[in-house]
Design a protein around this ligand. Structure first.
Ligand SMILES: [Mg+2]
Length: 172
């Protein structure tokens, strides 16, 4: 039982942030499509703008013909303006880790599951969601760490249980 639960929590790949995903990385992992989380993956939580470098990265991905879509658990009100600004299709209220939003996004991409990865910063939503759906998962570190107590609490548990180490990340 323990090992089954453990596997659900485990990302396929763990990287610094989306900017680490380049042509070589995609080829190595056989990826042609990405299901992207929004908050703390493309943008700081609640921020109206993408993080520095993200727009250029999206342009690079498009040049490589990587199909992309956003699945966020946040509201339409939050997700719509930024996703439109970035030119990305999206699903808001994605209900991750439940598999519905991710499954729908995977069908939209029209690629075999083995060529897709869910990219996100949270084990409890992005990683478990991808694993339940049988899709590779790429865990990123959030661009900035959040101060809200609920996030702090969640990070604390993640750190304790999964030995994630945020101590080396710069606090802003
Ligand atoms: Mg997130």
């Amino acid at each position: 039982m323990y090992s089954e639960v453990n596997i659900l929590f485990k990302p396929t790949i763990w990287i610094k942030n989306v900017l680490s995903i380049n042509e070589d990385f995609l080829n190595r992992h056989g990826l042609k499509g990405l299901i992207l989380d929004l908050d703390n993956t493309l943008s700081m939580h609640g921020s109206p703008a993408a993080e520095a470098g993200v727009e250029q990265w999206l342009a690079d991905m498009r040049r490589l013909e990587i199909k992309m879509t956003v699945v966020s658990n946040n509201t339409r009100k939050r997700v719509t303006p930024l996703a439109r600004e970035l030119g990305l299709e999206f699903i808001a209220f994605g209900c991750k880790p439940l598999p519905f939003g991710i499954g729908k996004a995977a069908r939209t991409l029209g690629l075999p599951k083995k060529n897709i990865a869910v990219v996100g910063d949270q084990i409890f939503t992005d990683v478990i969601g991808g694993n339940i759906s049988g899709i590779k998962t790429i865990l990123v570190e959030p661009f900035h760490l959040e101060d809200k107590w609920s996030f702090k609490f969640k990070r604390k548990i993640e750190n304790a249980v999964f030995k994630r180490d945020y101590s080396k990340l710069e606090r802003k």
